[in-house]
Design a protein around this ligand. Structure first.
Ligand SMILES: Cc1cc2nc3c(=O)[nH]c(=O)nc-3n(C[C@H](O)[C@H](O)[C@H](O)COP(=O)(O)O)c2cc1C
Length: 192
C-alpha cells in the first residue's frame, strides 16, 4: 500500500510498528480469520479479532479458543478481550500474549448481553475498576495494551477525558475512542 498519501502513515504502538494506520476494527461475528486475511491482503496496517470473553478463556472454553486461530496470518495481530473480572482479564491476557502483538481491552461494547455482566461499556460507569483492569493487564503481559472506549455511558456520564488521562497514567500504550455514548448513537466527530 502506498503510504505517501497524507492520511496514511506508519504507526507505532508500543514497540510494534504498523506499515500504516489503517486498522481493522474488531467486529463480533465478522473479523474472523478469513476476513482478517482478506483485509491484510488488501493493505490493512493491522487487524483485530472480534471481542473475546476473558471469562470464557479463563474457564477453558474450547469454542472461544477457536476464535484465536491465527494460522497463516501475517503480523501484527490485535486480540481484543472483554471482561470486568480482574483475575480473568489477567489470565486471559497471559493466555493470548503469545498470539497477539497488541492486546486491546473492550470498554465500549453496548450489547445488553455484555453490559448485563458489567463488561464492555458498563465499565465506563466504574472508572476505578476500568483503570484497575488496564493496570493489571499491562502488568501481566509484555505486549502493548490498548483500550477501546466510548465517550461515556450517557449524557450524564461523559468520561473519556478522565478515563483517557488515567489510562495514560497506567501506561497502556494507546486508547481509541468510539465517538458515541453508550445510550445514544450520537456521533460527535470532533471529540478525538
Ligand atoms: C457487527 C459489528 C460487530 C462489532 N463488534 C465489536 C467488537 O467485537 N468489539 C468492539 O470493540 N467493537 C465492535 N464493534 C464496533 C466497531 O468496532 C466500531 O467501533 C463501530 O462499528 C464504529 O465504527 P465506525 O465509526 O467506523 O462505523 C462492532 C460493530 C459492528 C457493526
Amino acid at each position: 500500500m502506498n503510504t505517501s498519501n497524507k492520511l496514511l502513515h506508519k504507526l507505532k504502538i508500543g514497540d510494534v510498528e504498523l506499515e500504516n494506520n489503517l486498522i481493522l476494527a474488531p467486529m463480533a461475528g465478522i473479523t474472523d480469520l478469513p476476513f482478517r486475511l482478506i483485509c491484510k491482503e488488501y493493505g490493512a496496517g493491522a487487524v483485530c479479532t472480534e471481542m473475546i470473553s476473558a471469562k470464557a478463556l479463563f474457564y477453558g472454553d474450547e469454542k472461544t479458543k477457536l476464535l484465536l486461530n491465527t494460522n497463516g496470518e501475517k503480523r501484527p495481530i490485535i486480540v481484543q478481550l472483554f471482561g470486568s473480572d480482574v483475575e480473568a482479564m489477567k489470565a486471559a491476557s497471559k493466555y493470548v500474549e503469545n498470539i497477539a502483538d497488541i492486546i486491546d481491552i473492550n470498554m465500549g461494547c453496548p450489547a445488553p448481553k455484555v453490559v448485563k455482566n458489567g463488561d464492555g461499556s458498563k465499565l465506563l460507569l466504574d472508572i476505578d475498576l476500568a483503570v484497575n483492569i488496564a493496570k493489571e493487564v499491562v502488568k501481566s503481559v509484555s505486549k502493548p495494551v490498548t483500550v477501546k472506549i466510548r465517550k461515556g455511558w450517557d449524557d450524564n456520564h461523559i468520561v473519556y477525558e478522565e478515563l483517557g488521562k488515567r489510562l495514560e497514567d497506567v501506561r497502556s500504550k494507546g486508547y481509541n475512542i468510539t465517538s458515541e455514548e453508550q445510550k445514544k448513537n450520537i456521533s460527535e466527530e470532533n471529540v478525538i
